[in-house]
Design a protein around this ligand. Structure first.
Ligand code: NAD
Ligand code: ZN
Length: 385
């Protein structure tokens, strides 16, 4: 079958790989109908993780059950399902407590498992024609038959729950004011979640005009372009004081020392903790921060640039002075995906506006490049094998 294979820094190719098989009686294999490209894939794509060439990407997967292991009881051939990006067992202590992003069984020695992701276990990605889903009764959410809401449902694998999670990590409540850094797919879903939860004021910070326009149009957010000056000052000019809550939906951004700063205000070139520091500055004393943006740990054995990714220059003193709380980590998709699915079915949520492209699997190399460049008009890209 065809799959999106990582070849090396900023290079993927669509190549033939072996088809997944049932390996355990708890597995199912699905025919992929939609699989999405994610900002998390870019950390590997940009060549600054330990991802080895040859791995198949793809952790945001949905499709039709094609083969069912003999111990699976809740799924049948022909069922339409979406798989949380987390691979989880469902019965370890963390899973029992809802922390399926931190399952201790699927990937011993590391916190949690995922499809097609470096260090997150031996699970092949789903940017391919087929995918094996382990512990399938736990890891596949059933959807209504047919093709209705295909775009919206595909977002249940990751970014809609992850955006929601960002607001949960910050304990966002109705009536709160919130600043969201990053208007990529995750930030836009965080802003949309804030709107659905009844936030009073929503500020969204980015530099890509088309992304900021989506935040304004679909989330009733005030767009803040950080090319136009310190975003903290821009928000304070409108809001005064600090906002109640903040979300980092940017995560680690590569610093390219050879690249000239391409704007007057581009502190990310100097300190990858710029977003976290801006959040601490933007949020009021005793406010709360949610950090779903991805940062990788220190790795003393790794090359310098990679090892340094975990060592951020966070202004912890300011966090302390302001008595703020923060939450971070992988989204526990299963905590949210049923209720978000039902909101879509009932017409109370429609996140499909974040999708900018639905293309053939063969177009993946071109779309990776455009998405990585955060090109105007390229937001969420769905692949259709
Ligand atoms: P993305 O990487 O394109 O989104 C990042 C956005 O931040 C871009 O629009 C970029 O222009 C903007 N940005 C860059 N520097 C900025 C700055 N200094 N201030 C404000 N905005 C800035 O794509 P995405 O899919 O939205 O991913 C966002 C992050 O979320 C990534 O780090 C990704 O790995 C992470 N993520 C985490 C989880 C989780 O479970 N915690 C799940 C999915 C994605
Ligand atoms: Zn993702």
């Amino acid at each position: 079958m065809d799959a999106v294979v990582y070849k090396g820094e900023r290079e993927v190719a669509v190549e033939a790989v072996e088809e997944p098989q049932i390996e355990h009686p708890n597995d199912v294999v699905i025919d992929i109908t939609t699989t999405c490209i994610c900002g998390s894939d870019l950390h590997m794509y940009e060549g600054r993780t330990a991802a080895e060439p040859g791995i198949v990407f793809g952790h945001e997967n949905m499709g039709i059950v094609e083969e069912v292991g003999e111990a699976v009881s809740g799924l049948e051939v022909g069922d339409r399902v979406v798989a949380p990006f987390n691979v989880a067992c469902g019965f370890c202590e963390n899973c029992e407590n809802g922390y399926t992003g931190f399952c201790t069984n699927v990937n011993p020695g590391f916190a949690g498992g995922a499809y097609g992701y470096v260090a997150m276990g031996p699970y092949q990605g789903g940017q391919a024609e087929k995918l094996r889903i382990p512990y399938a009764d736990f890891n596949a959410l059933k959807l209504p038959d047919g093709r209705e809401h295909e775009d919206s449902f595909s977002l249940l694998a990751d970014i809609f729950p992850t955006g929601w999670h960002g607001t949960e990590l910050a304990n966002l409540e109705s009536g709160d004011s919130v600043a969201i850094y990053g208007a990529g797919p995750v930030g836009l879903m965080a802003a949309y979640s804030a709107k659905l939860k009844g936030a009073a004021e929503i500020y969204v910070v980015d530099r890509v005009p088309s992304r900021l326009a989506l935040a304004e149009e679909h989330c009733d957010a005030t767009p803040i372009n950080f090319e136009e000056g310190d975003p903290v000052e821009q928000i304070k000019e409108i809001h005064g004081g600090g906002v109640d809550k903040g979300v980092d939906a940017v995560g680690y951004q590569a610093i390219d020392p050879d690249k000239e700063a391409d704007s007057a205000y581009d502190p990310a070139r100097e300190n990858p903790a710029v977003v976290i520091n801006n959040l601490i500055r933007t949020v009021r004393p005793t406010g709360e921060l949610g950090i779903p943006g991805l940062y990788v740990p220190d790795d003393p054995g790794a090359p310098d640039e990679m090892a340094a990714q975990g060592r951020l220059g966070i202004d912890f003193g300011l966090l302390f002075e302001k008595g703020q709380a923060l939450g971070t980590g992988q989204c526990n998709v299963k905590e949210y995906n049923r209720k978000l699915r039902d909101m879509i079915i009932e017409g109370r949520a429609d996140p499909s506006w974040v999708v900018s492209h639905r293309v053939d699997l063969e177009d993946a190399p071109e779309m990776y490049e455009k998405f990585d460049n955060r090109e105007e008009g390229v937001t969420k890209v769905l692949l259709e094998p």
